[in-house]
Structures are given as structure tokens and as C-alpha cells.
Design a protein around this ligand. Structure first.
Ligand code: ADP
Length: 224
């Protein structure tokens, strides 16, 4: 589903490499964690996968497509295959939970009926159907993050990326959020989660990719 071949990324001509010769593969339906010190290149790797940045060298295949060479007009189609969850969830506080989750579908031009069906399915999948008319500001941090996840999966993406999705949550809520990602994996979604939370990863027993100063150091399968 995902393949990086000798991928490097340098920001600006004079900068150092944020990523340096990175190779890895994720199989369809696999869930892996991406770890490494602050500045190791985790966010950069995720941004390359969403085409928010382009690699300086190397090749990135996603869903059997070489994405480095996509034309700007093809980027929106690529992004529809990729759901993204951010640490600060980037919700709009002047709109309802429903409208926040519906946003990607409205941009993609879905009819209101299709939109309603998918938004409710996405909210149901994160256990928040009863909150659709609430404003996200009334919800707890964990619930807000669930809205962010519902918005990321409402397009039914084949690939789900998360950048520190539990960064602001306590351990119990973090574990619940990680369980949600596992549930998406169980229905065939490929999931990559960047996180600092080593204790949580060790409990979950999933594959772990380790970045260090832009290099892929290791690739381990943690046994829970
Ligand atoms: P992480 O997510 O692991 O903390 P990042 O991918 O954010 O790491 O950063 C990797 C390196 O790239 C760091 O040295 C960071 O300063 C640099 N970097 C990240 N984004 C930019 C940018 N937009 N411009 C210049 N340098 C950047």
C-alpha cells in the first residue's frame, strides 16, 4: 500500500536533510507506529505521504501509484485516499460536529443525502452519533479528537495517517483512541501513527518504525 524507496527531503537549498535515504513498506491493512525524537522527521514523512511536501530525492508509491510525479491537478484525488488526524484536531468551533465531519464531503461534491449517510456512519464508528448537533467546543479533549478521526475517515480512505493523535490526552483516553485506530485497521484500512507514547505502543504489540535524524533506524515488531 505504501512504499518509500531511498526517499530524502531537504527544506530549502541550504538546509540539512529532514529525511535521508528512507526505505520502508506498509502492506494493505497493516497498522504501524512511527517513533523517533523531536525533529527526527516524523511529520515530514507524513507530509510527503499526503503530498503537503514533495521529496527531494527518491520514490514514493501509495496505492500502486508513484505520487512524486502527480500533477497539481491530481493531488486532490490522491488526498481523498488519505485520511489525516492531527494532534490539535483542527476543528472549526463555529460549526457543529456534523458540519465539521461533513466538510471533506462537501468539498468533494457529495449530495446532501450521501453526505448525511456517511457523516452518521463516521460519527457512529467513533461513538459520537448523539453529538452531531453539538458544537465541538462543548466536548472533552478526547471527544474532540474522536470528531477529528470521524472527519479523517468520512471519505473512507484506504490510508489513515495520524500525527501525535494522543499528544494532549491522558493514558486512558489515549488507549481508547488507539483502539479506534485498530478497529479501522480491522476493516482493512492501512494505518500509520506518529507518536512519542512508547509505553502505549509497547502495550499494543504492533510494528514500530523508528526514525533518527532523518534515517530509518529500525523496524521492529513489538510483542505485547
Ligand atoms: P518530527 O515530526 O519528528 O519532530 P519534523 O519532520 O517536524 O520532525 O522535522 C524534521 C527536521 O526538518 C527538523 O530538523 C525540522 O527543523 C526540519 N523542518 C521541518 N519542517 C520544516 C520546514 N517547513 N522548513 C524548514 N525545516 C523544516
Amino acid at each position: 500500500m505504501v512504499r518509500f524507496d531511498q526517499v530524502s527531503k531537504r527544506y530549502g537549498a541550504a538546509g540539512k536533510d529532514a529525511l535521508n535515504g528512507v526505505n520502508f513498506e506498509l502492506q494493505r491493512g497493516e497498522l504501524a507506529f512511527l517513533t523517533g525524537h523531536s525533529g527526527a522527521g516524523k511529520s515530514t514523512l507524513l507530509k510527503l505521504m499526503m503530498m503537503m511536501e514533495r521529496p527531494t530525492r527518491g520514490q514514493i508509491h501509495i496505492d500502486d501509484q508513484l505520487i512524486n510525479t502527480l500533477k497539481p491537478s491530481q493531488v486532490p484525488y490522491h488526498r481523498r485516499k488519505v485520511g489525516v488526524v492531527f494532534q490539535n484536531h483542527q476543528l472549526l468551533f463555529d460549526r457543529s460536529v456534523y458540519d465539521n465531519v461533513a466538510l471533506p464531503l462537501q468539498i468533494a461534491g457529495y449530495s446532501p443525502v450521501d453526505c448525511a449517510r456517511r457523516v452518521r456512519a463516521a460519527l457512529d464508528s467513533v461513538g459520537l452519533l448523539q453529538y452531531e448537533q453539538r458544537n465541538p467546543i462543548e466536548l472533552s479533549g478526547g471527544e474532540q479528537q474522536r470528531v477529528g478521526i470521524a472527519r479523517a475517515v468520512v471519505n473512507k480512505p484506504a490510508l489513515l495517517l495520524a500525527d501525535e493523535p494522543t499528544g494532549n490526552l491522558d493514558p486512558e483516553l489515549s488507549a481508547e483512541i488507539m483502539d479506534l485506530f485498530v478497529r479501522f485497521q480491522q476493516v482493512g484500512v492501512t494505518v500509520l501513527i506518529a507518536t512519542h507514547d512508547i509505553a502505549l505502543i509497547e502495550r499494543m504489540g504492533k510494528r514500530r518504525l523508528i526514525l533518527d535524524h532523518g534515517r530509518m533506524l529500525g523496524d521492529t515488531h513489538v510483542v505485547a
